[in-house]
Design a protein around this ligand. Structure first.
Ligand SMILES: Cc1ncc(COP(=O)(O)O)c(C=O)c1O
Length: 463
């Protein structure tokens, strides 16, 4: 029998995070303030604690992981690297398919890797309460879990449509002691304004971010901060523990560098967490195809321009240079695959501009079909987001078969789908349809960013 579970023990856990900003061949464009000038770190201080702001702007290659954070992560880390031998056999592919299983964390995804770190740094800084947004609830439940362990209060603004359709995630948040409300809500100025203009809106991540930021910065005690589950540099940094573990595990499995690395991308954090240590190898000459995957309903990396845009709908965040569908973008309710954010992590976007990554988009019927193939071969039921990555894995494994090549494919199994079964039900009963964002609609959303500063495309041309 082939080895199908490659485990590390607690002593093998990485003790530093990897920061791709130190190695990008072209520097990233700075975040800009409302006046169009680069912001200084202290301008972020009402929103984030200074110790996380320092990580956000750091260009150090390696950043130590505090021992107390590791003490919490040991509950599920190092996570297993598994080989998908049953899928390989089903596909009759010569490819070796490995997946880093992030679904084994208590909330069921990669999100607690940064939730724990962020809650810990906030606590060190004297903060008592964190606010955040959540889409389907993976991030909200991860932050609720982390805040509970660190004794912080937690308030989560959950996108209305998911709040109504996915009550189980809300129950998880309550179990861990957090307060979860539907967004837009009547609890903030941003929420009330949106509701007055669009009373029936299904909500969006951009709207929920506006509410969560407002609640943090208006706390008169000054002891509340906002926490973001993806997109920002420090969030991606905390996720690199995934790729660093995977490197050690692939070595144990007798593989050198992988040929292909795949992750789904919403705000970019799980993709970055697995892939950035391999992007570093690619910058240093390795031949690796690195693929972030997104839905055709929310085609940020594959169709949206690289531009300066706000991170939220109410235009309260700094302007970030990223691929963006426009901050007013609202995905259609028919889309059941997650990954709905209008922007993308600036670090991921700079790597795309540089040509280091090869983004791809799939229709939801294809990704649900991939999820069903996975569930009926490997057995585990993936999160809808993860299924997008699985669609790419199957495509690459089939290509390896056509070419007769024993390629090593590594992907991030970012979460389980046991709280997302309504999407499976809709798919299995034929209620889901494919959806591609129409060009006119995209252009309409992009009108909102026309007057913002333009983002220069910096690249070396090496890739
Ligand atoms: C299981 C799972 N995978 C992937 C994602 C995508 O997020 P990100 O791109 O930030 O990793 C999410 C987001 O909520 C998720 O819940």
């Amino acid at each position: 029998m082939k080895t199908i579970k490659i485990q590390l023990n607690e002593n093998d856990i990485p003790r530093q995070w990897y920061n791709l900003a130190a190695d990008l061949p072209t520097p990233m464009l700075p975040p800009l303030g409302p006046d169009g000038n680069p912001i200084s770190p202290d301008m972020l201080a009402p929103v984030f604690p200074m110790n996380l702001i320092e990580q956000e702007v750091s260009s150090d290659r390696w950043i130590d992981i505090p021992e107390e954070i590791l003490d919490i992560l040991y509950r599920w880390r190092p996570s297993p690297l598994r080989r998908a031998v049953y899928l390989e056999k089903y596909l009759e592919t010569p490819a070796h398919i490995y997946y880093k299983d992030e679904s084994v964390s208590p909330p069921g995804s990669h999100k607690p890797n940064t939730a724990v770190a962020q809650a810990w740094y906030n606590k060190q800084f004297g903060i008592k309460k964190l606010t955040t947004e959540t889409g389907a609830g993976q991030w909200g439940s991860a932050l609720a879990f982390a805040c509970n362990l660190l004794g912080l209060e937690c308030k989560v603004f959950m996108v209305r449509i998911s709040f109504d359709q996915k009550p189980f995630r809300k129950m998880m948040m309550s179990t861990w002691g957090a307060n979860c409300v539907a967004s837009p809500s009547t609890e903030t100025n941003a929420g009330r304004k949106i509701l007055a203009e669009m009373p029936d809106t299904p909500g969006s991540l951009g709207m929920a971010i506006s509410e969560a930021v407002e609640e943090a910065v208006t706390d008169p005690s000054g002891k509340t901060r906002y926490s973001l589950g993806s997109v920002l540099n420090h969030v991606l940094l905390h996720q690199t523990i995934i790729g660093l573990e995977a490197k050690k595990q692939l070595e144990i499995a007798g593989e050198k560098v992988p040929d292909i690395v795949i992750g789904c991308a919403g705000g970019g954090s799980n993709f970055a967490g697995l892939s950035f240590p391999f992007v570093a190898d690619k910058i240093n000459g390795a031949n690796i195809k690195i693929i972030p995957v997104e839905p055709t309903a929310c085609p940020t990396m594959t169709r949206a321009p690289f531009a300066y845009d706000f991170g939220d709908t109410a235009c309260t965040t700094p302007l970030l240079a990223m691929h963006t569908l426009g901050h007013a973008f609202v995905p259609p309710p028919i889309h059941a695959g997650g990954l709905r954010y209008h922007g993308m992590a600036p670090l991921v976007c700079q790597a795309i501009v540089e040509g280091l990554l090869e983004p791809r988009a799939y229709h939801q019927l294809k990704s649900y079909a991939a999820a069903i193939t996975w569930a009926r071969t490997e057995g585990f039921i993936p999160a809808p987001e993860t299924s997008q990555a699985i669609a790419a894995v199957i495509e690459e494994a089939e290509k390896a078969k056509e070419e007769g090549k024993e390629k090593v494919i590594l992907f991030n199994y970012s979460g389980h789908g046991l709280m997302d079964l309504l999407g499976y039900d809709a798919y299995l009963s034929g209620k889901l349809t494919d959806y591609e964002l129409p060009e006119e609609e995209l252009q309409k959303y992009l009108k909102d960013i026309e007057s913002l500063p333009k983002a220069e495309m910096r690249k070396t041309g090496k890739w």
